[in-house]
Design a protein around this ligand. Structure first.
Ligand SMILES: CC[C@H](C(=O)O)C(=O)SCCNC(=O)CCNC(=O)[C@H](O)C(C)(C)COP(=O)(O)OP(=O)(O)OC[C@H]1O[C@@H](n2cnc3c(N)ncnc32)[C@H](O)[C@@H]1OP(=O)(O)O
Ligand SMILES: [Co+2]
Length: 149
């Protein structure tokens, strides 16, 4: 009679893989904000994109597998306008890519993580995004981004 092998492994679970999708930089205007990256030799990934729900115009540069996302405000009530007024230009947030944003939001909410938006919101290039409060992010505004399938 064959024995059924029961694999008792203490293997640690596969590490969750959250590649760095982009680093975002607040700037009063995209040409000023882009100048250092163009000088270094980066070129924009396509045309600038307005994301009206966020009140921003976005210019993205590919740096290896990660984007550098320049954000300029298009409205006075844009979060970027507030950031520039209070904190000046410079680093604004980091974004990690997830495969299933709804599932990750539910998982993190269950751990008490405070999202700044109840539902996923539209991001650039047809993405869906959600933001975690910078207080929870140990001083960094963290965005989760899900790319269209
Ligand atoms: C086009 C979409 C694109 C994409 O990826 O596809 C984007 O990424 S759009 C990006 C622009 N949209 C957002 O940032 C939405 C989420 N942001 C917010 O809801 C606000 O900006 C918020 C809540 C982070 C800050 O709002 P506000 O400036 O009104 O709040 P306070 O000034 O009172 O700040 C509270 C507290 O947080 C600190 N803070 C604010 N912004 C940042 C930041 N970017 N990084 C780190 N910390 C930040 C601020 O200093 C306050 O701390 P305190 O110790 O109380 O001074
Ligand atoms: Co972003």
């Amino acid at each position: 009679m064959g024995m059924t092998a029961h694999a008792h492994t203490n293997a640690t679970p596969e590490p969750l893989n959250f590649p760095l999708d982009h680093v975002a930089i607040a700037t009063p205007d995209l040409d000023t904000g882009s100048a250092p990256y163009r000088a270094i030799g980066l070129t924009p990934e396509g045309p600038d994109e307005d994301v009206d729900t966020q009140g921003v115009r976005v210019r993205a540069f590919m740096a290896g597998g990660t984007l550098i996302e320049l954000l300029a405000p298009t409205r006075d009530d844009s979060p970027i306008a507030a950031h520039l007024a209070r904190r000046g230009p410079g680093l604004h947030h980091i974004a990690l890519r997830v495969l299933d944003l709804d599932a990750e939001m539910a998982r993190l909410r269950a751990q008490g993580a405070p999202f700044l938006n109840d539902e996923p919101r539209p991001g650039r290039a047809g993405t869906r995004v959600a933001f975690l409060h910078p207080k929870w992010g140990a001083g960094t505004l963290i965005e989760l981004v899900e790319h269209p399938a």
